[in-house]
Write a protein that binds this ligand. Structure first.
Ligand SMILES: C[S@@+](CC[C@H](N)C(=O)[O-])C[C@H]1O[C@@H](n2cnc3c(N)ncnc32)[C@H](O)[C@@H]1O
Length: 199
């Protein structure tokens, strides 16, 4: 089953001038985004070719920017945060345009699109939006649609304004468990649940 994850990086840096040794601070919690990329794509012995990630970066003077990563194209993604931060930095050095995806490295693209633009584009593709929220329907009772697109906050939930943007589209609300988990852990749980249904 193919799947897409949208992660909103509320403070995530949109320029390449962050410190590799401080991706959490100077990168605006890019460590959280990097962990989400790792759990979206990395298995112990390979990559999930049927997964895609859209990382909405909202921090800094060049916001918004979105990085798109396609599992069907990427080669040799390393799960460590530092090398993923390198991929993000390489993408941020490219010229980002509003209505076009600029290729950075293999399978990694960047654009000036924001959350609303990304939802519009994916809605035209026919995905089913699934907002991951603590208060949603239990994932164990959830019948996964054919082309799910999961939406998560980074260290904080979607803002009221972002919820308003999402409300313009039909969407489902799903919970992965009774506690509030890290975004990257939610991605692992969703993958695990889908793997059990469609090994
Ligand atoms: C670290 S949490 C966000 C902060 C948390 N909701 C809070 O305010 O303490 C990151 C994201 O993971 C997702 N999330 C966390 N726990 C979840 C759960 N039990 N079920 C579904 N999604 C969850 C939500 O999308 C959330 O925005």
């Amino acid at each position: 089953m193919d799947c897409t994850f949208i992660v909103i990086g509320h403070r995530a840096k949109t320029t390449a001038d962050f410190e590799f040794n401080d991706i959490s601070g100077s990168g605006g919690s890019l460590d959280t985004i990097a962990r989400c990329i790792a759990t979206t794509f990395c298995l112990s012995n390979g990559l999930r070719k049927d997964a895609r990630a859209f990382l909405i970066l909202l921090g800094g003077k060049d916001a918004p920017k979105t990085i798109r990563i396609c599992g069907s194209e990427i080669k040799g993604l390393n799960a460590d945060e530092r090398s993923i931060a390198g991929l993000i930095r390489a993408a941020l050095k490219k010229k980002a345009k509003r209505d076009e995806w600029t290729k950075s490295t293999t399978g990694v693209y960047i654009s000036k699109a924001g959350f609303e633009d990304v939802l519009r584009e994916l809605s035209e593709e026919g995905v089913t939006f699934v907002h991951l929220r603590e208060s949603g329907v239990d994932v164990r009772e959830f019948e996964f649609p054919s082309h799910p697109c999961f939406i998560l906050g980074d260290n904080t939930d979607l803002t009221e304004e972002e919820e308003g943007v999402l409300n313009a589209h039909p969407f489902l609300k799903v919970s992965v468990g009774p506690k509030s988990y890290h975004a990257s852990h939610c991605i692992t749980i969703v993958h695990n649940e889908m793997d059990r249904r469609c090994p």
